[in-house]
Design a protein around this ligand. Structure first.
Ligand code: MG
Length: 203
């Protein structure tokens, strides 16, 4: 199983971190070991002093493929949820300054959370999808899929030009504006529309 992540897929978020809006998708990966398993506690990483949440819509790949045309891409994913791309922002800032890869900031053990999966229907894709993150019961991030720079289909097609997609792979489709810091004791809850998909406490 591979975890693909998209960076800077919402213009407002690119701006809040001082990044240019990309002309093609920014893709990075997390290893399988980055996915927090159910009933496993989430521990604040000891190498960071600035842990950020990034709430994202996450797709699950349902069919193996490579070089998938955009017009056929919707046949290659059939489940959706929200998840967090946890980021050690201080580590990332250092790496970015030096022009180094991001893995130490984004791909460490348990740096990805995926909520429970919902079957994705064509009807669900006809309207914008709203999603949100609560920290200690207060809404801290709100997303709307219609604000994405690159659509689900475009992303799946684009990724498949570089990497084989396999059943069970995940695509974290980027975070909207509003990323922020979390600390030990915080309780994060991810919502897909009005449905709670996950809850995690930072330990
Ligand atoms: Mg992200």
């Amino acid at each position: 199983m591979k975890i693909f992540c998209v960076g800077r897929n919402y213009a407002d978020h690119a701006k809040e971190l001082g990044n240019a809006v990309p002309e093609e998708p920014v893709i990075f990966m997390k290893p399988k070991s980055a996915l927090l398993q159910t009933h496993t506690p989430f521990y604040y990483p000891e190498f960071s002093n600035e842990l950020h949440y990034e709430l994202e819509l996450v797709l699950q790949i349902s069919k193996n493929g490579r070089y998938i045309p955009e017009k056929h891409a919707s046949k290659y994913y059939n489940q959706i949820t929200v998840g967090i791309d946890f980021t050690a922002r201080d580590v990332q800032a250092e790496l970015k300054k030096k022009g180094l890869p991001w893995e130490k900031a984004k791909a460490w053990d348990n740096s990805a959370i995926a909520g429970k999966w919902l079957p994705l229907t064509p009807e669900m894709l006809k309207n914008p999808i709203h999603f949100s993150l609560l920290n200690n019961k207060k809404t801290v991030q709100k997303g709307d899929s219609s604000d994405m720079i690159f659509s689900f289909d475009y992303l799946v097609s684009h990724i498949s030009n570089y990497f084989s997609l396999n059943i069970g792979d995940m695509v974290f489709t980027g975070t909207p504006a509003g990323v922020g810091e979390c600390v030990v004791g915080d309780v994060l809850e991810g919502f897909f529309e009005n449905e709670k998909m996950f809850e995690v406490e930072i330990k």
